[in-house]
Design a protein around this ligand. Structure first.
Ligand code: FE
Ligand code: FE
Ligand code: ZN
Length: 278
């Protein structure tokens, strides 16, 4: 399986590949720019090519890049909208240095404009940023539904996807903590949740998984991640997700509160659990 965690991009692309190997990972996530700001480092093509070679040599799965949290393409303020649309367009152009990977973003917060309006703005931003020649698949992340977040239900995500002109360039990243907090009971009815996803969106569009336990109860709309097995979802339910046959082949990204040692331990734990999960 493909599993890894969020890595710091401050020392470049190849460095992240080497860090991933040290942790026992064969995929990883990274922020395309300062997650709480907007500044982006210049990309070295040579560095990007070194990571591509490393990934090929070590049979990595697709990477799952993450947009900055400050990007909100369904904001109300004109200045935030313009900033966010600029970040999205620039990030997608930069992703071409690492072709055939994923770019995941939080659909956004409609800040009182209503989900309907939010969905329209998100689709508009994607339609403006996507280009036919791009080789990246852009993923909408499933959200917990805190505040005015758009993307807390499969129906909302589907409504966005339906409005995208270049529809083969968009998919979904399922965050286990977020769907649980949004009210999808993956502990008692994982098959039912996946069936629901399949009926509304289609499992072929579920491209990646953010693999987290949650500090809160199902439906709490809180979004606070916990280490695997130390939260309300629990290890058994999460391992059932990791080894669900309908999710085989997807990159699983840990976003749990851990240091490097903790991530290495969680990666090994998930890998070693394969026979148990059957
Ligand atoms: Fe996220
Ligand atoms: Fe996530
Ligand atoms: Zn989260």
């Amino acid at each position: 399986m493909y599993i890894g965690n969020h890595l710091s991009s401050s020392k470049g692309f190849e460095h992240m590949g080497k860090e991933a190997l040290k942790l026992g990972a064969n995929t990883f996530a990274f922020f395309t720019r300062n997650p709480r700001g907007g500044a982006a480092k210049e990309i070295s093509e040579d560095d990007a090519n070194k990571l591509r070679a490393l990934m090929e040599e070590h049979h990595f799965g697709k990477l799952v890049a993450h947009a900055p949290y400050t990007m909100n393409v369904c904001a109300e303020k004109e200045s935030v909208l313009n900033f966010s649309r600029g970040v999205l367009a620039d990030d997608l152009a930069r992703m071409e240095y690492l072709p055939h990977n994923y770019y995941n973003f939080h659909p956004g917060s409609h800040v009182g404009q209503g989900a309907e309006k939010g969905i329209e703005l998100i689709a508009d931003a994607l339609n403006a940023a996507l280009k036919p020649e791009y080789q990246t698949i852009v993923l909408l992340e499933t959200m917990a539904g805190k505040g005015s977040e758009v993307g807390k239900s499969f129906e909302e995500l589907k409504a966005i996807l339906d409005r995208i002109e270049l529809s083969d360039k968009v998919g979904v990243c399922l965050d286990t903590c977020h769907v649980w907090d949004a009210g999808y009971d993956i502990v008692h009815d994982l098959d039912g949740v996946l069936q629901n996803f399949d009926e509304i969106i289609g499992l072929d569009r579920l491209c990646a998984v953010h693999f987290n336990d949650s500090m809160n109860d199902c439906g709490a709309h809180k979004d606070r991640h916990q280490k695997i097995g130390e939260g309300k979802i629990g290890a058994d339910a999460l391992l059932a997700v990791a080894y669900h046959p309908l999710l085989a082949g997807r990159p699983f990204i840990l976003e749990t509160p851990n240091d490097d040692e903790g991530y290495a331990r969680e990666i090994a734990m998930v890998r070693n659990a394969e026979p148990l999960a059957k």
